[in-house]
Design a protein around this ligand. Structure first.
Ligand SMILES: *Cc1c(COP(=O)(O)O)cnc(C)c1O
Length: 373
């Protein structure tokens, strides 16, 4: 099989969604499967729906269009506020868009009237992450404006956490967010159907011992795909962390000694320099580089360490079995590595495993688990 390739075990993704859906449903919270990290891959999206996700969401219109071309008929939301230049594509392919600019909503309204459709609007509220969202004090007035526009329909509110700040939401903040849904209804009338509380970093909160108020939805990507809490990187109890494996190939293996041309490099050079090599070492090169993925987000197999990487090469040392030319090297990825490899043009995606073969008992526990109810 060709390399580099990403092997995806859909049954593990399905299992992860099932597990999260089951636990969150006890709290009255639905799961929206976020496909942006896998560029809207239709097979992975289908696994999310089969596992019980009620709908899908992506940050890019092109990914939503990819899902539609593959036949996805479920509700798909655009969770990055639309570009003014893309409103026509948005109303054509996305049922719902998450918005934080009135001007964009006005243009969406015009575009939906043109296309004889209705765009559903979720208003994004800034709750402390300082990425996107309306300031809470502006929410009521904007909601009122949306309600008065033709071509759009106000469906709810949403907040996002821990994307820019790396801080997970606290109980008081989430209570404030929940209260905003009631306050908005009081100002402008329509029932807030969607009160979407955040992403994978909200799971600790959503499954904790406190009230989740009116929050009735989470948008989950990383927890489903990688089975990990985005903030701590810890495995979420009962979920698979290895649904994705990056397979790369050894293209050189040699003993390299201290007498390295690196020592001759001009000391004022801005190029990164390797430390001088003291012992003769077997070094191998795998055919993957910084242009393909986030090399720092890879986990190498036991006994193998990464010495350095450039755009197309990654140099590794193996202390256990020496690597031979043509050997395949299997790597695990964090979220950053996954998002990049899934859009790398030279990488293929192959699906392994099937519906029923993966048993829950085979979940590897690599670290402390998140406490879930
Ligand atoms: C990426 C994203 C999500 C999903 O985040 P995960 O950490 O992958 O669960 C949810 N909402 C918004 C607005 C996002 O941009």
């Amino acid at each position: 099989m060709t390399t580099p390739r990403v092997e995806v075990d859909l049954s593990k993704i399905r299992h992860n969604v099932e597990c999260l859906v089951r636990r969150l449903s006890l709290r009255g919270i639905s799961v929206t499967g976020v496909t942006k990290a896998v560029r809207g891959n239709p097979s992975i999206a289908r696994a999310m729906l089969e596992g019980g996700a009620t709908d899908l969401a992506d940050a890019r219109v092109s990914n939503v269009e990819r899902l539609r071309k593959a036949g996805a008929r479920c509700v798909v939301s655009l969770i990055r506020t639309p570009m003014l230049s893309q409103v026509d594509q948005v109303v054509r392919s996305c049922d719902i868009s998450y918005n934080s600019e009135v001007e964009v909503i006005e243009q969406l309204a015009v575009a939906s009237c043109r296309a004889k459709t209705i765009q559903k609007i979720v208003l994004m509220v800034e709750m402390g992450d300082l990425r996107e969202g309306l300031m809470p004090e502006d929410l009521g007035a904007v909601a009122q404006k949306v309600v008065e526009m033709h071509g759009v329909e106000l469906k709810g509110i949403a907040a996002n956490f821990a994307c820019l700040s790396g801080v997970s939401p606290d109980v008081a903040t989430m209570q404030n967010f929940s209260d905003l849904s009631t306050e908005t209804e009081a100002v402008c009338g329509p029932f807030m159907e969607i009160v979407s509380g955040g992403n994978s970093s909200n799971l600790q909160w959503a499954l904790g011992p406190w009230s989740t108020g009116r929050v009735n939805n989470l948008r989950l990507g990383e927890a489903i795909l990688l089975g990990r809490d985005p903030i701590s990187g810890d495995q979420i109890g009962g979920l698979f962390t290895d649904a994705f494996t990056l397979v790369s190939e050894v293209i050189e293996t040699k003993v390299k000694t201290a007498h390295s041309p690196v020592a001759l490099v001009d000391p004022t050079s801005r190029l990164p320099r390797l430390r001088p090599i003291c012992d003769p070492l077997i070094r191998s090169i795998i055919s993957i580089g910084r242009q393909d993925t986030d090399i720092d987000g890879l986990t190498f197999p036991p006994g193998m360490t990464c010495t350095g990487a450039t755009s197309d090469h990654t140099v590794v040392r193996s202390t256990l079995t020496p690597l031979r030319l043509g050997n395949e090297v299997r790597l695990q990825m964090n979220y950053s590595a996954l998002t990049r490899i899934m859009s790398a043009p030279d990488t293929t995606t192959v699906f392994v495993g099937d519906g029923n073969r993966t048993r829950v008992g085979s979940i590897k526990r690599s670290g402390p688990s998140l406490q879930l109810v």
